[in-house]
Design a protein around this ligand. Sequence first.
Ligand code: PLP
Length: 426
Amino acid sequence: MKRVYMDANATTPLLPEVVEAMRPYWIDRFGNASSIYLDGQQARTAVDSSRATLAEFFNCHEAEVVFNSGGTEGDNTAIFGLLRPGDHFVASSIEHSAILEAAGRMAQRGVEVTYVAPQPSGLIDPAEIQRALRPETRLVSVMLANNETGVLQPVEEIGKIVRAASAFFHIDAVQGAGKVPIDVRRFGCQLLTISAHKMYGPKGVGANFVRRGTPVESLLVGGGHERRRRAGTENVPGIVGLAKAAELAMRELADEIGADGASEDGGLARLARLRDRLEAGILQIPGTGVNGTQIPGAPGPGSPRTGLCPWGGDPDFRTWESTNPVPRVANTTNIWFDNLEGEALVIALDLKGVAVSGGSACHSGATDPSHVLLAMGVDKTRARSSLRFSLLRTATEADVEYVLQVLPEAVEHLRAISPVAAGTAG
Ligand code: PLP
């Protein structure tokens, strides 16, 4: 049976170039990067040159790159590494659980936490961050792109507000990395987190940008690795894979922006068109709608944008906007289907060969409605009926057409037998 994978925000396959770059470091160049003889030096050289690539990817100094095990560790490091009892912490309420659960633990240890809710569009209003700040606010954490809706957050504006308050700013860029350019100087953050497996690199490896002089305590101790900021023998093949994925992403993003800053017809523009085609096709099914693009009173999806741009109209970021009024990464849409259970539709689509996700990827299997959609004001029933479609860079028109072929039938069937439709669901 044909398989169509539309859950790229959960994880991505490795690009062939990434596999090739990693290959020597599993077998021939297996040395420990801390060893002083040749094998160790080969590994050290690979880590150093990967660090240089990541510095370019972040637009920072090489000394500001810390390799780690991925997004969860990066997010946890910002919170556990910076916050102490008596501090105040501000996070958006649509953060990943790697932020929210870490915040919950710190709340039990005497840190005051303020959660800032998004607008119904899925955007965090910088003015709400401003309102949440207090003299004792030490850290603010807001994601670059939401994993469930793909909505891009106005991190640059938030960065200015946080800097004026002399607090630290962490950005979870796990879902934005590789989809929009990262620039830590422009974002004005002290910390930023990425994860390789969301950007066509290997699982279990990632990196933090840590601005020089930021007093982050290391989570792991037991060695002088990463300038004492992250103990543990370096995952050399993983680090090399992350760097290759970052290099390829930078190349693709550069191809996307012409010298005049206008959109070229590159891979991401093509992907946005495919996503828009998928979205428009799904919206033909009665009782459906998009989560995370609607500004109350604004024209619906497919209408010309209303001019709201979280970056003040910077052309770089417009490149990836579809015709919807709220900027989103190119590959993601989140759609509600009235009168059915999202989990049931995930299973029905899987049986037809289509992989999509209901709610947050890391919670698939759980039936709790998505905290992101609830925070946006979506009601529980509608949140439970929502699915996230996130396309791989290699997605084709045939993939989209296949989903549009099998989906209406699956929806119709589930609605016919659904306890939600019959009004018996709790
Ligand atoms: N942050 C966001 C926004 C994510 O989407 C994820 C994974 O889904 C993570 C953090 C955790 O990353 P990792 O799987 O590398 O631990």
